[in-house]
Design a protein around this ligand. Structure first.
Ligand SMILES: Cc1cc2nc3c(=O)[nH]c(=O)nc-3n(C[C@H](O)[C@H](O)[C@H](O)COP(=O)(O)OP(=O)(O)OC[C@H]3O[C@@H](n4cnc5c(N)ncnc54)[C@H](O)[C@@H]3O)c2cc1C
Length: 387
């Protein structure tokens, strides 16, 4: 067992952190106050991230990425996660791995432009009536000769405003299984501007200012068969193969933000004096710091272990769910305690803490809610005994 970083990992962490602090932090306050991230700012960060070799670093070298293994990629995600989400998602984009599942033509059209910062992707599964229960989706695609006709609504779709295309999961039939009827799902590439495809503004959201979610409407949207990603009726197979580590990405970004909040808290506990002494001398504050550090370390170990196992090919669904669950719940606790340690100042937007606290909320919901992660963890134990 080896817990140290390799030289290469230490270098990637250091480079990414320096980039985040120099290029992303200075834009945060403006985005928090206006709720808006300028395309000019995005383009500027994009160019610098490409020059630093940090853009789309999640991808294999053969398609122009950095070829990081999963564990190292998560270390890089942790550093990006320190900063405002909209800034690092758009400026230091990590195109979805699912683009690697495309045909050569699809890679030319979608993957390579994303690698060059010319296009952004978004993924559309969730619907107003189908969230955790994705198989309950109603949006559908029916075959018409060589074409497919898409109808229905997706909502909560992240980044659809700036994305050039969406990878949309649609119901394409029903199959009988021993557990009852099950929807068959197919994934489609849908370009912005395709007739019958409309992207509407989504909802205002407490977390991650500068980033938006959207509603996608399909009204007899006609697509050729070449728009199918993977095989017909095998949309979830493609998703399971290529999106497996997304839960770990969420976990890693939470670690970065929690570390930032803890660092502020330790510094403040030393700087701030009340009743003639540093507040860190009060057990009421020092024990909070101890608990925050403990929870952060536990989440970090779970995340790194799952990433390491991912690279060994031994990771389980439960490993990834534990990492996501622990890291997201840890961040909520750490962000809340960080504010408590700072007293009133913790709530002021001069510091990043009120933002980290707000941003923490969505992490327990997207990429599978905490309840769904607990369901996955317990299911693995129960199934082993025939449950
Ligand atoms: C800001 C934001 C951005 C998002 N971006 C995207 C995106 O880009 N693409 C996309 O496809 N989706 C996206 N989502 C959707 C996200 O993945 C869903 O919100 C999430 O899966 C939960 O679905 P729901 O919100 O419909 O809640 P529901 O599934 O309706 O859940 C409601 C409550 O019931 C609980 N619950 C449901 N089923 C069970 C169960 N079996 N056992 C125990 N408890 C259960 C849930 O945990 C939750 O507490 C985004 C969501 C948000 C908030």
């Amino acid at each position: 067992m080896q817990f140290g970083m390799s030289e290469e990992q230490a270098m990637i962490v250091e480079t990414t952190r320096a980039f985040v602090e120099k290029e992303l932090y200075p834009h945060e306050l403006e985005i928090e106050r206006t709720g808006h991230l300028d395309m000019e700012v995005i383009k500027d960060i994009q160019a610098k991230a490409m020059q630093a070799g940090l853009y789309a670093a999640n991808m294999p070298e053969e398609v122009g990425g950095a070829g990081l293994d999963t564990l190292t990629w998560l270390m890089y995600e942790k550093e990006l996660g320190r900063a405002n989400y909209a800034l690092h998602w758009t400026g230091v984009a990590r195109p979805s791995n699912i683009l690697l599942a495309g045909t050569d033509e699809q890679k030319e059209k979608y993957l390579f432009p994303c690698m060059k910062g010319e296009k952004w992707d978004c993924l559309a599964m969730t619907e107003p009536d189908a969230g955790s229960d994705l198989r309950g989706m109603k949006a559908s695609a029916r075959q018409d000769g060589d074409d497919w006709i898409l109808n229905g609504t997706k909502h909560f779709i992240s980044h659809a405003d700036i994305a050039d295309f969406a990878i949309c999961f649609m119901a394409t039939g029903v199959e009988e299984t021993p557990r009852g009827p099950k929807k068959k799902i197919t994934a489609f590439f849908v370009d912005k501007g395709t007739p019958g495809f409309e992207v509407r503004d989504g909802y205002g959201n407490v977390s991650h200012r500068g980033y938006t979610n959207a509603v996608l409407e399909f009204d007899d949207c006609r697509l050729p068969s070449s728009a199918i990603l993977g095989e017909v009726d095998k949309g979830f197979d493609v998703a399971n193969t290529w999106l497996g580590a997304t839960r770990l990405q969420v976990a890693a970004t939470c670690l970065g933000r929690a570390e930032r909040a803890l660092q502020h808290s330790v510094e403040y506990a030393v700087e701030r004096k009340q009743f003639g002494q540093q507040i860190g001398k009060f057990q009421g504050i020092s024990f909070k710091l101890a608990d925050m550090a403990l929870e952060l370390k536990a989440a970090n170990l779970l995340t790194w272990e799952a990433g390491w196992k991912f690279d060994q090919g031994t990771v389980t669904e439960s490993d990834m769910s534990m990492a996501k669950l622990k890291a997201t719940e840890m961040l909520a606790m750490v962000a809340d305690e960080a504010i408590q340690i700072h007293g009133g100042m913790g709530l002021m937007d001069e510091l990043p803490l009120e933002r980290i606290w707000r941003d923490a909320r969505v992490e327990r919901i997207w990429e599978g809610t905490s309840e769904i992660q607990r369901h996955i963890i317990s299911r693995e134990m129960l199934r082993a005994l025939g449950g």
